[in-house]
Design a protein around this ligand. Structure first.
Ligand code: SAM
Length: 253
């Protein structure tokens, strides 16, 4: 009991340190960043590479690399030129956000050159990193992976950007692999894309959440249509210093 409390305490401090190391490379708020790290820990025993679609300056990918180790392969997809135009399907808040170019959270339409992401991944000590520059519709379906995906992180904000990544990458996940969907609770287009994708294929994976972060767990083919596994056992208290009220609208994050 005492040992468990000590372990939890050190783990909490370690996660806070990881956030501090990468905070200038990410727009994800601290509590959500740490929830992502905790979810990534659950993928530690899942074989395969790590993919993030929607990287910006690479801070979240770098945090994942610290948790999942320097020897996995990390694939970072982004235009590195910011978001494409939002459409009606993305909802009025998205259209308004993209017109508000003076707002502090606009961040030049979430644009960042790839050098930041390279730097963040190097700080994380990742040995195998590939940055794939371009629009997802062109890069994602055509990319060759020579191993399955253990963790797929989607941080693409809009409907088209999210669904193209789900369609191109979901079937490449290892059974038990995790998909984190950053914008599910933030942007209408993202949640619509997740619902459409799952319903078009009659998928039985559950939409779950941990610490306000949405995720799915890829079912093994033999478990499709059953209650197995599709959920993660997560018994971790959130670091109290990092929980707290968060505004609903961010530049994704
Ligand atoms: C909110 S930012 C990602 C934040 C990042 N994960 C972090 O740690 O702060 C969204 C990113 O998605 C990228 N993006 C969105 N849709 C895209 C698309 N269709 N093709 C390429 N990049 C896209 C943008 O360029 C932007 O860098």
């Amino acid at each position: 009991m005492f040992r468990a409390a000590i372990h939890k305490h050190w783990r909490r401090i370690r996660f806070q340190q990881i956030y501090r190391r990468f905070r200038s490379y990410t727009m994800i708020p601290p509590a959500a960043f740490i929830s992502n790290l905790i979810l990534a820990e659950r993928a530690r025993h899942v074989p395969g590479c790590v993919v993030e679609c929607g990287v910006w300056r690479g801070g979240m990918s770098a945090g994942l690399a610290v948790i999942l180790g320097p020897d996995r392969r990390y694939y970072l997809f982004d235009s590195f030129e910011g978001l494409p135009p939002a459409k009606q399907i993305d909802g009025p808040a998205a259209l308004k956000w993209q017109q508000s170019i003076e707002a502090p959270e606009y961040r030049d339409n979430c644009s960042a050159p790839p050098e930041y992401a390279k730097e963040a991944m190097s700080l994380a000590g990742a040995n195998h990193v590939e940055l794939i520059k371009g629009w997802f519709a062109e890069t994602v379906p055509n990319h060759f992976f020579d191993e399955p995906i253990a963790l797929l992180r989607l941080d693409a904000d809009w409907y088209d950007s999210t669904i193209v990544c789900l369609e191109g990458l979901f079937d490449r996940l290892s059974p038990g692999g995790i998909v984190i969907i950053d914008d599910y609770y933030t942007w209408t287009g993202c949640s619509r894309a997740v619902h459409d994708f799952l319903s078009h294929r009659s998928a039985t994976e559950r939409i779950d959440a941990f610490g306000g972060v949405c995720y799915l767990v890829k079912q093994a083919a033999e478990n499709a249509g059953t209650n197995e596994p599709g959920r993660l056992e997560i018994v971790t208290a959130m670091p109290s210093a990092l929980t707290g009220p968060q505004g609903p609208i961010r530049c994704s994050g």
